[in-house]
Ligand binder design. Structure first.
Ligand SMILES: C[S@@+](CC[C@H](N)C(=O)[O-])C[C@H]1O[C@@H](n2cnc3c(N)ncnc32)[C@H](O)[C@@H]1O
Length: 215
């Protein structure tokens, strides 16, 4: 149910997304890039990649990085000739970068496919967070890592946003405290290796975790 609503919402938002959220995207994804520690030979999956801004940042460092982005909104990924550079258009010069329309709950990849999985600013939309984490674990290589960045309910503003959005935004599911988030990871057999909380401006309070599959 939420997935259909999210798809519709982001299909409508796609044309203005990069511009409307410019500061937020630049701040959060620049931070994520310094956090992830990706090597040039890693194969990267970006879940709910949106317009591909994180891919663009990664390619500024290693232009041959292998990256796959998936998103439920085909418009966020769509090639556009009407002005704004959507994900597929941005990457037409990088044949090793590809995008697919897919749900985070049903990843269209074989097991053990990726060295690194990232997901930014999207976990609060996931209907079935444990199913998403299970899918991440399935497609991750045994020695791979998952990095998730999202809103953190430990911050008062996020707590208020969570209450308001649950009432007024049918696409929104929920955000989590850092403890709840780590419990979810733990439930799906991930071990958190590195984590922090971080503020961007006065409004946004986020958390990030790097996790590996428990051995
Ligand atoms: C706020 S945007 C973030 C995009 C990008 N990661 C970024 O940080 O700029 C949230 C994205 O999550 C996608 N999304 C939400 N639920 C999803 C799901 N279940 N499967 C795949 N994509 C999803 C939306 O379509 C949207 O593009």
């Amino acid at each position: 149910m939420t997935e259909t609503t999210v798809r519709k919402q982001y299909n409508q938002l796609a044309a203005v997304y990069d511009l409307r959220w410019r500061n937020y995207i630049v701040n959060t994804l620049s931070f994520l890039k310094t956090w992830v520690e990706i090597s040039p030979t890693d194969t990267v999956l970006d879940i709910a990649c949106g317009t591909g801004e994180f891919e663009r940042l990664l390619l500024t460092e290693y232009s041959s990085q292998q990256i796959v982005g998936i998103d439920i909104s085909e418009e966020m990924l769509a090639m556009s000739t009407t002005g704004y550079a959507y994900a597929k258009l941005k990457f037409s010069a990088y044949p090793q970068v590809s995008f697919q329309t897919a749900s985070a709950s049903r990843l269209p990849f074989g097991s053990n496919s990726f060295d690194v999985i990232v997901s930014a600013n999207s976990f609060h939309y996931f209907d079935e967070p444990l199913v998403v984490l299970k899918e991440m674990r399935r497609v991750l290589k045994a020695d791979g890592k998952v990095i998730i960045l999202d809103w953190c309910k430990d911050y008062l503003v996020c707590k208020i946003c969570d209450l308001v959005l649950k009432v007024f935004d049918p696409a929104y599911k929920q955000c989590y405290t850092q403890n709840q988030f780590h419990y979810l990871l733990n439930d799906e057999n991930f071990m958190v290796c590195r984590a922090t909380k971080i503020r961007f401006g006065v409004v946004w309070g986020l958390m990030v975790a790097t996790a590996k599959v428990k051995t």
